[in-house]
Design a protein around this ligand. Structure first.
Ligand code: CP
Length: 307
């Protein structure tokens, strides 16, 4: 396995890299049960989080992950920085580069910004979500979560139905890619306006929930309706979306009876992607995904090697 400086997308990971990260995350998760949850792995290193877009899970998860590895963490606050005075991304990066940070975790609304920073900067760069393009640590934590349900090669052949706004979803792109790499089957369901024809051919497309449920999915992965990225109206109303593509109370009864697992990257829109009872379902993995984000991100920081 070659040492990597950056994690920018799932496409560039070999199966060996994915296995290394998922395997390394296991002992890090075991650490959470101990009274002292820290290891000295990144002592003396500095991790900078640089979020040009809002985040609850990813940003706090990286911060906790870095601190559990004993790194120093600096959160660059974009809204109170010179970015608001018009400073360019590269000038910001040059300034931060002069501070000799070791890792930069970046989120930006434009696809490709993490790649640009990685090419410009000697520190390790982790893409924490760029536009519609990629969210590789979400994909890794999703794979880790599913591997806890189906260890080792058991995930191969399992059917994951991704529902919703695939067009604007970096999560769907990255998570579908890692699942296919691990041998799972991926199906998609969503409004015609939000399921691009350019999706990979191995992803089966369904026209209705009923048709998708006849495919016997093992997991339903609900995507967030991303209104902030939708410059136009892609479906008539939230109520209509919920009734056609949401995990309504009625559909949930069938999902529960069949023991289908439910996932969602968060934050959830209750009454749109899902109904309240889903959150209390024992096979709802949404909070487990959040918990696993920390262990997986610890493994990513451990795996990356600066130049
Ligand atoms: N899943 C995810 O990226 O959530 P945040 O936007 O809260 O980071």
């Amino acid at each position: 396995m070659l040492p990597r400086k950056d994690l920018l997308d799932i496409e560039s990971l070999d199966r060996e890299d994915i296995e290394f990260i998922l395997t390394t995350a296991e002992p890090f998760k075991d650490l959470f049960k101990k009274s002292v949850k820290k290891v000295p792995t990144l002592q003396g290193k500095t991790v900078l989080t640089l979020f040009y877009e809002p985040s609850t899970r990813t940003k706090s998860s990286f911060e906790v992950a870095a601190k559990r590895l004993s790194a120093d963490v600096t959160n660059f606050e974009v809204t109170t920085s010179s970015v608001v005075k018009g400073e360019s991304i590269l000038d910001t990066i040059d300034t931060l580069g002069a501070m000799r940070v070791d890792y930069v975790v970046v989120r930006h609304k434009m696809a490709g910004v993490p790649n640009m920073i990685a090419n410009h900067f000697g520190a390790c760069v982790v893409n924490a979500g760029d536009g519609y393009h990629a969210h590789p640590t979400q994909a890794l934590l999703d794979a880790f979560t599913l591997r806890e349900v189906w260890p080792g090669d058991e995930l191969a052949g399992k059917r994951i139905l991704i529902v919703g706004d695939l067009l604007h979803s970096r999560v769907a792109r990255s998570t579908a890619r890692i699942l296919v790499k691990l041998g799972a089957k991926v199906g998609v369901l969503g409004p015609g306006s939000l399921v691009p024809d350019s999706r990979p051919p191995e992803m089966e497309k369904f026209r209705s929930y009923e048709e998708a449920l006849r495919w016997n999915p093992d997991v339903i992965y609900l995507l967030r309706v991303q209104k902030e990225r939708q410059g136009q109206q892609f479906f008539p109303s939230d109520n209509e979306y919920h009734s056609v593509y949401g995990l309504t109370t009625d559909r949930f009864r069938q999902v529960e009876a069949e023991g289908i697992y439910v996932m969602h990257p968060g934050p959830v829109n209750r009454g749109i992607e899902l109904s309240d009872p889903v959150m209390a379902y024992d096979r709802c993995l949404i909070n487990t995904q959040v918990e696993n984000g920390i262990a997986t991100r610890m493994a990513v920081l451990y795996w990356l090697k600066p130049e």
